[in-house]
Design a protein around this ligand. Structure first.
Ligand code: SIN
Length: 330
């Protein structure tokens, strides 16, 4: 056997062995997140695990770590990049360091409702944003809904001026920070897991979040009032480490993608219902919920709207315009 033929045989053997070992291996997906099981994301993670166990037994195993039990806001992205976890679904506000354009989702009063958010996510710009972090080894697999954000505080927030002087816990997004500064309030960036303690100690006296997070985190113990402002969206991007993802055989990835499509459909269909149920439970338990009429809603919109201009360069005018267009039904 001549030298080049021997080289070719060695290469073939190496490829076959690598292929055989990838085929035989059980891949472990550690899926870490920060919310409770009984929330849209928590339910989505559990459904993902169930379907993977049914359809890819022996090939892929899934472990779910809810409630920041493995990693929290401060370190989960680094854990993904370091290969300590293989799947996360951070809220879109938490990608600002990796893809500032994603802060389009944090602009107040941009989307009319979740249907508009859906149209934007499914359109060309939304899909482009899903793959915007690939150079950083972060692959976006899907958008998952939670829902529209509501304001909660120790007192009634009827008009924008009512928020003046209060400290609000916010996610680590400069857009959300400017939204509260615009109101004359003090935004305090805190990890999700630290919020309840900050409310208990009085460090902050308000929050913005979805009904499902307000309910499952027990914020009503400390915040007696909510305003149904629907002023912004809190959605997620299901992400994986692309080096991990492409280390799996093609057939396994195809099955995982089909499972993710199924779970995404279920999460996005159920999220609004879950939020409405949680709203009803909060109200039944005594939380005072203020609804805004058109004039009051316009006052909040006008107070927060300068944030768009302030962040247009960071996010991109084209991205903002595409999101605005999603409000128009075709
Ligand atoms: C989440 O829903 O994942 C948490 C959002 C937050 O930090 O408020």
């Amino acid at each position: 056997m001549n030298k080049s033929l021997r080289g070719l045989c060695a290469l073939l053997l190496l490829c076959t062995t690598a292929f055989a070992s990838a085929e035989d291996k059980t891949f472990l997906i550690k899926f870490s997140h920060v919310v409770a099981d009984d929330t849209p994301k928590g339910q989505g993670a559990l459904m993902f695990k169930k379907l993977v166990e049914e359809r890819l037994a022996g090939q892929v195993a899934v472990e779910i770590y809810p409630n920041s039990t493995l990693h929290g806001d401060a370190d989960e992205m680094q854990a993904l990049l370091d290969g300590k976890v293989q799947m996360l679904a951070p809220s879109l506000a938490k990608f600002s360091q990796y893809a500032p354009q994603l802060q389009v989702f944090d602009l107040p009063f941009l989307f009319d409702d979740l249907d508009a958010v859906n149209r934007f996510q499914k359109g060309a710009k939304g899909r482009q944003l899903l793959s915007s972090m690939e150079k950083q080894d972060i692959a976006g697999l899907a958008y998952w809904h939670n829902g529209m954000k509501q304001l909660t505080a120790k007192r009634t927030l009827q008009q924008p001026a009512d928020a003046k002087g209060l400290s609000f816990r916010i996610q680590a997004s400069s857009v959300i920070e400017s939204q509260f500064t615009q109101l004359g309030a003090t935004p305090v960036k805190l990890p999700f897991a630290a919020t309840t303690e900050a409310l208990r100690s009085g460090t902050v006296q308000g929050t913005e979040n979805t009904w499902s997070n307000i309910q499952s985190q027990g914020y009503a113990q400390y915040l007696t009032h909510a305003t149904q402002s629907d002023h912004g969206v809190l959605d997620y991007m299901l992400v994986t480490n692309s080096r991990f993802w492409y280390s799996m055989p093609h057939s396994v990835r195809m099955e995982l993608e089909a499972i993710i499509d199924e779970v995404t459909y279920a999460v996005n269909k159920a999220a609004d219902r879950q939020n409405q149920n949680d709203r009803a439970q909060l109200q039944a338990a005594g939380m005072q919920i203020t609804e805004l009429d058109a004039a009051a809603r316009n006052a909040w919109r006008d107070a927060m709207r300068p944030v768009w201009q302030q962040n247009e360069q960071l996010i991109g005018a084209d991205v903002i315009r595409a999101a605005e267009r999603a409000n128009r039904r075709h």
